[in-house]
Design a protein around this ligand. Sequence first.
Ligand code: KIV
Length: 251
Amino acid sequence: MQEFRDKKLRGERITALTAYDYPTARLLDESGIDIILVGDSLGMVVLGYEDTTQVTLAEMVHHTRAVARGVKRALLVGDLPIHTYDEPAEAVSTARALIEAGAHAVKLEGGVSHIPQIEAIVAEGIAVMGHIGMLPQSVREEGGYKVKGRTQSEAEALARDGQALEKAGVFAVVLEIVNPEAARQITSALSVPTIGIGSGEHCDGQILVTHDLIGLFPWFTPKFVSPEARVADEIRKAVQIFIRRTRSGES
Ligand code: KIV
């Protein structure tokens, strides 16, 4: 994982996107993306759940296997789903399940509160990506997807989380919907790279849910995303042409 620290040192931005299936993984990999995350956003953009809190380990393993078949060069990271890493021993066995499914590393949500779990996974030789700021697995307690690090005390708590994660041995830290100035400060204080999502331009890399980037989940797009394609529109257009052709008796 030294390559990601080296990229940070060289000022080379790290690129990361999510995938949940073989063709998407293969397309991202062939396009040259650095990191492919099988995120538990799977629950919303693929499985049709309201949020990520219903995603199971069996679902993550199933989709990680499919993605692994399409990845030749990118780093493949698997997300630990909610309540599968409440204790260090459980965290290790969940991480192992994702590695056996083909992930090269795992990601989990939480800062200072999750150091024992991270240390236990790292001690097994499994690379861990941290995730702080807005934590989607806590969206119900939080009452929505809100910006983190706006106040001085929130920014200081995030900075402590970042430091604790680096000390515990993570190779990178996702900063989700963090106030851009707080994200900038965390980024400059850490030697491991920060990968931002909705956290401004000062992170060492950026990650997005691929469905948001390519316009494949048109019913909701986060404010901070500028889609680069409208794949949902293309699908609707192709399906309507097929329906018309079939109903009119054309082959
Ligand atoms: O689940 C996910 O897709 C994520 C990223 C958006 C960071 O955690």
